[in-house]
Design a protein around this ligand. Structure first.
Ligand SMILES: [Zn+2]
Length: 153
């Protein structure tokens, strides 16, 4: 079982990057105490910029850095970022839902035509927010960023 996370409202960007790497990272714009409680009880690591809050939840992490690279490295140094390239880009960056593979027939007319012609395979779909995702230069850029930060493979 891979580490699952819950990120506080201040850590939306960190949540997105954890999802790029395929980690389950819950993040919402406002929390009630019981939202955090129940996810932490189910084993998620609570990531927060608020030191007093992290004291309330066992196994949570106070994130010190202001920049994403530093934040990811803090999580990595805590031993939580076991990188697995085959999991990358397997999760919706917007809503955290695991993506489904789509067939070219399903994806046609759902994404811009030029993208469809470059990527007939490898197109995935978020069943929750109905977004389509595809391979390409944006993913290369993300991998490069992770490499620059010293994260990943
Ligand atoms: Zn989604």
């Amino acid at each position: 079982m891979r580490t699952r996370f819950i990120a506080d409202t201040m850590l939306g960007k960190l949540a997105k990057w954890l999802r790029v790497m395929g980690f389950d990272c819950h993040c919402q714009s406002a929390y009630r105490e019981r939202d955090v409680d129940s996810l932490v009880r189910q084993g998620s690591i609570f990531l927060s910029r608020d030191k007093t809050l992290t004291k309330d939840y066992p196994g949570s992490m106070f994130i010190k850095s202001n920049d994403i690279g530093g934040q990811l490295n803090e999580v990595r140094e805590a031993g939580y970022l076991i990188s697995n390239l085959s999991e990358y880009f397997s999760r919706c960056l917007i809503c955290n839902t695991p993506l489904h593979e789509t067939s070219p027939a399903e994806a046609e007319n759902k994404i811009p035509e030029y993208i469809f012609h470059q990527n007939r395979t490898g197109i995935s779909f978020c069943p929750s927010c109905n977004r389509y995702f595809w391979p390409g230069s944006h993913r290369e850029r993300m991998l490069k960023k992770l490499e620059e930060w010293g994260i990943g493979s």
